[in-house]
Design a protein around this ligand. Structure first.
Ligand code: GLN
Length: 486
């Protein structure tokens, strides 16, 4: 079968279960495509490990003990720790680091049968919106290699878009699943905060970090999400002890009468015309599918930028204090005493953006500034969450753009971190509220680049989001388009 790499997770799972193809055959095809590391998407590849997992899957398929996704390949963002591959979080600080255990999400997907293809490039410690902050070089957008893939899960999005993997994991703190999915024309969902265990996910901002799947359709995301989620209360106290849901079960529900809230703040001045046109087109499709558009307001949308860029760095400055050269990771070679060792280790190990966040975070938490910045931000965070609850009195799901523009060119925002921060405006509100959000391909904009539609649901309404996304994908073919040469 020559087109194995083009197949969906669902199609591959079926072929594997019926033993029309073997897991080794599928893994071999993807490993061949990954040769030469196209787009710099991967940070660690080990074909021996992958093939050993595939052989184990084939044995299970043969003896009837296979999991639902047995033998289907997946690649993991390098923020998830893995026993069999290095984990760097895109940082020099963790160069060559090998974890003694697998993250819960990694382990759950393996239990479902998925075979690991390797580890994916990302912004250092998931801080960024363009994958330009990786210590191991940027990732190219497969639609236009002169453009960024988005971030921080840029390697995940590029690998799935270029059919180097049928699906990938990502993490989303302020948009890192949704925005690269939008920039690379794939589908991604960040579930409700607490749905997926954060155990073994290298912490950036713990009150916001959440894992989720990235794939080429809502249906594939549903299959992965069902396998990924589930309580893990002993190892992540913020994970929710809820029964696993079959998110693929309700994909075909009718959208007749679904109330889609359209927040006016998502369609203001900063939104590029090409993105607006594509998003409007998707909203028209929803009307044809029987949904009703309801104008709503999320009045504190703009405040989500300063609020997020206070809270996330504050938590990061605390989380990253563990990288001190003592317990694990990089240690400077020449130092005079302990403090000098800390200083040199951290100066050498962290990149500029990470240092910037640590300094911002330490500042907003410091005596005299805590009340003015951190405490104030926490209060507004609650008001942003309240705004959503008010909106959900009038609608079932909320729709709008994922990002104000399509993927920009390398260097366009270089040396201007604030430009990157501002581009997060539409993904940050749902993150601060802990709500599920997803990106669904909605068309193409400037330079023929993909545009994503963002769908935001109320807490635990992932099934409803995936249903709405699936129905749109039944009516349109944007998600089936591939970059030239793929
Ligand atoms: N761009 C945002 C940041 O830099 C979001 C990143 C993320 O979700 N991990 O913090």
């Amino acid at each position: 079968m020559s087109d194995l790499h083009n197949l969906s997770v669902k199609a591959l799972a079926t072929l594997l279960q019926t033993q029309e193809v073997s897991a080794v055959e599928v893994a071999t095809r993807f490993l061949a495509r990954m040769g030469g590391n196209p787009h710099n998407a991967f940070l660690d590849i080990d074909s021996e490990v992958t093939l050993a997992q595939a052989r184990a899957s084939d044995a299970k398929l043969a003896d009837g003990t296979a999991g639902p996704l047995e033998g289907v390949p997946v690649a993991h963002k390098d923020v998830f720790v893995t026993r069999d591959f290095d984990t760097t979080a895109g940082s020099k600080m963790l160069s060559g680091y090998r974890s003694p255990f697998d993250a819960t999400v990694v382990q759950r997907l393996r239990t479902a049968g998925m075979v690991t293809l390797g580890k994916l490039n990302c912004d250092e410690f998931a801080m960024g919106s363009a994958n330009e902050n990786s210590a191991y070089g940027p990732v190219q957008n497969p639609w236009d290699t002169a453009r960024v893939p988005g971030g921080s899960s840029g390697g995940s999005a590029a690998a799935v878009a270029a059919c180097l993997a049928p699906a990938a994991t990502g993490t989303d703190t302020g948009g890192s699943i949704r925005q690269p999915a939008s920039f690379c024309g794939i589908t991604g969902i960040k579930p409700t905060y607490g749905r997926a265990s954060r155990y073994g996910m290298i912490a950036y901002a713990s009150s916001l970090d959440q894992a989720g799947p990235m794939a080429r359709s809502a249906e594939d995301c549903a299959l992965l999400l069902s396998a990924m989620c589930g309580g893990d209360i002993d190892r992540d106290s913020t994970s929710l002890d809820m029964p696993t849901e079959d998110f693929a079960a309700s994909l075909n529900n009718s959208l007749e009468g679904l109330r889609i809230g359209v927040p006016k703040e998502f369609f203001g001045e900063g939104l590029h015309a090409d993105v607006r046109t594509a998003v409007d087109g998707a909203l028209r499709e929803y009307e044809k599918l029987g949904a009703k558009l309801v104008p709503i307001s999320l009045p504190r949308t703009e405040l989500s930028i300063p609020v997020y860029y206070i809270i996330a760095p504050a938590e990061a400055s605390s989380n990253l204090s563990r990288f001190d050269g003592v317990k694990f990771g990089h240690r400077a070679k020449d130092y005079t005493d302990l403090v000098d060792m800390y200083k040199k280790t951290r100066a050498e190990g962290f990149g500029n953006e990470v240092k910037r966040r640590i300094m911002t975070g330490a500042y907003v938490l410091s005596h005299g500034y805590y009340d003015a910045y951190y405490l104030q931000a926490q209060k507004i965070r609650r008001m942003i969450a309240d705004d959503f609850q008010n909106a959900f009195k009038q609608c079932d799901v909320i729709a709008g753009p994922v990002a104000p523009s399509v993927a920009w060119k390398f260097g366009d925002n270089a040396n201007d971190p604030v430009a990157d921060y501002l581009a997060d405006i539409f993904t940050l509100p749902a993150s601060l509220a802990g709500l599920p959000g997803m990106s669904v391909p909605a068309g193409f904009g400037a330079g023929g680049m993909p545009v994503g539609l963002q769908l935001i649901g109320n807490y635990f309404k992932e099934a409803q989001l995936l249903n709405a996304a699936h129905r749109l994908q039944q009516a349109t073919d944007f998600h089936l388009q591939k970059p030239a040469g793929v």
